[in-house]
Ligand binder design. Structure first.
Ligand code: C2O
Ligand code: CU
Ligand code: CU
Length: 508
């Protein structure tokens, strides 16, 4: 695990071993073929010395050139844009000094293309991903998934977006082009010489704090930049918010109290827009907003902030002070500044119906009265699931599901670490998009729950559900695409790296 100082010291100039791994098949004819390299670069981020980062660089080999774009002067990886139904082949090349593998978060892809840690390739290694885009239109993303190193690699900069459109979405005439803005929110800390500072879980007081709370940075970067500002026209916008932070949860609100209009979540558009006073966005979750700037004055400045909330139950010690490096989970932060242009205001209507989503029918599940429990457990300074840690190939008898069935899973967050109390855990399942059936909070943890629960958006498809201290969340999952070994885990990356992750098997 990397220490508490500069994140990337010496990066070898030569790539020692070359491994080839591939899922490429001659029968697969891609509509889009991309080369994706994970590389080391130096980028000017702060005044003074440039910052050493790891990042994805993408290039279209075959297909539309517009499908891959990069943010200027940012460590953020490319934005890949595709249409539903397209067949994609991605050639990943690992130019980092440690093993890596790419996971397409939220996308439903065959086992061999899902970026399981057992497929990680070493320095100089390559991996070919092939899949058909079967997901609904929505905001998906990709990041490394090597076991024990996901946290530091994502933190170093390895994050990209995968945006899917489809015919149903395009018929809506939602704000497009310059007015369709994706925003990746991440927290970072720097050393005095402008290098990224990371504290992984491990020995020592800081390492223990990081095991408990996850790494928390002290400033917010938007799309990889410390100084990002959105210059907006006075017209409606579509904002795709992605929480790309290792551990930090945001409670996003306009500083002036204007409610938020939510049109989409992890798995795409909602059936209809919903309004929230604020939205709660845990690591890896996505929220799409429709924002009408036409009512704003020319030159007006708007601020999106993260409001304070109660992050732990019990103890109380976790609620204050510096944890894992930066201000505690639940601290207030400015997040995004938006400045209105001088042009004329133009209004547009948001359609009242956005997408057709099948009604939620928990009766379809074969275990409605006996949900599969996924309990947060803790032993010593380690978080685990149902008392088990991650095993690379290991899958227990009670972690097997049948292809073609529908199940209820219940995430139960009632364990704590002694005086530290319990922590929030964003629970993520690979290979599926699910629906949230309901949530219940334990009476002893109401303060934490009440401080974020009005900002949950559980109306649509999800691949990650935040489970607050003392909370139980029931979700409905249909396993109807690919068989194989997939993962479920906490998306607090320091918890995941520590082993708060398990395989489950979708059996054909
Ligand atoms: Cu975004 Cu298994 O993770
Ligand atoms: Cu995932
Ligand atoms: Cu966790």
């Amino acid at each position: 695990m990397l220490g508490g100082t500069a994140l990337m010291g010496a990066v070898p100039g030569t790539l020692p071993s070359v491994q080839a791994a591939s899922t490429a098949t001659a029968a697969f004819t891609p509509d889009l073929e991309i080369e994706l390299r994970a590389v080391h670069e130096s980028i000017p981020l702060l005044p003074g010395a440039p910052t050493s980062v790891w990042r994805y660089r993408g290039k279209v080999l075959n297909g539309d050139a517009w499908a891959v774009t990069h943010h200027p002067d940012s460590p953020l990886g490319p934005v890949i844009r595709v249409h539903r139904g397209m067949r994609v082949r991605i050639h990943f090349i690992n130019e980092l000094p440690q093993p890596s593998v790419v996971h397409w978060h939220g996308l439903i892809v065959p086992e061999a293309a899902d970026g399981h840690p057992r497929f990680a390739v070493g320095p100089g290694g390559r991996y070919v991903y092939e899949f058909e885009v079967i997901n609904r239109a929505g905001t998906y993303w990709f990041h490394p998934h090597p076991h024990g190193m996901t946290g530091p690699q994502v933190y170093a900069g390895l994050t990209g977006l995968f945006i899917v459109s489809d015919d149903e979405e395009q018929a809506l005439g939602l704000p497009a082009g310059e007015r369709d803005v994706s925003l990746v929110i991440q927290d970072r800390s720097f050393t005095r010489d402008n290098q990224l500072q990371y504290i992984g879980s491990g020995p020592g007081m800081m390492g223990m704090m990081s095991s408990m709370t996850g790494f928390l940075g002290d400033r917010i970067h938007m799309n990889g930049r410390p100084d990002y500002m959105l210059a907006a026209e006075r017209r409606p916008y579509r904002l795709r918010l992605v929480n790309g932070s290792n551990s930090r949860i945001y409670k996003l609100a306009w500083y002036d109290g204007t409610p938020l209009t939510v049109i989409g979540t992890d798995g795409g558009l909602l059936a209809a827009p919903v309004s929230r006073p604020y939205v709660t966005l845990a690591p890896s979750e996505r929220i799409e907003l429709w924002v009408d700037f036409s009512s704003r004055a020319a030159g007006e400045e708007l601020n999106l902030v993260s409001l304070p909330f109660v992050a732990s139950s019990g103890g109380g010690m976790m609620g204050r002070g510096m944890m894992g490096g930066g201000p505690a989970q639940g601290s207030a932060f400015p997040v995004l500044k938006v400045r209105m242009g001088q042009g004329a205001a133009v209004s547009e209507k948001l359609p009242g119906k956005l997408a057709s989503i099948p009604a939620l029918r928990p009766e379809q599940a074969h275990n409605l009265n006996n949900p599969r429990p996924i309990r947060v457990t803790a032993s010593g300074m380690r978080w685990s699931l149902n008392g088990r840690m991650f095993e690379m190939e290991g899958v227990a008898n009670d972690e097997v599901v049948r292809l073609g069935t529908t199940e209820v899973w219940e995430f139960i967050n009632e364990a704590g670490m002694g005086m530290m109390g319990s922590m929030p855990h964003p629970m993520h399942v690979h290979g599926v998009q699910f629906r949230v059936i309901d949530r219940r909070a334990h009476p002893s943890a109401m303060a934490a729950w009440r401080s974020v629960s009005e900002g949950y958006v559980d109306e649509g498809w999800k691949d990650t559900a935040l489970v607050m201290p003392g909370e139980r969340v029931r979700v409905l999952i249909r396993f109807d695409h690919y068989p194989g070994l997939f993962l479920y885990h906490c998306h607090t990356l320091e918890h995941e790296d520590m082993g708060m992750m398990r395989n489950y098997l979708i059996k054909a």
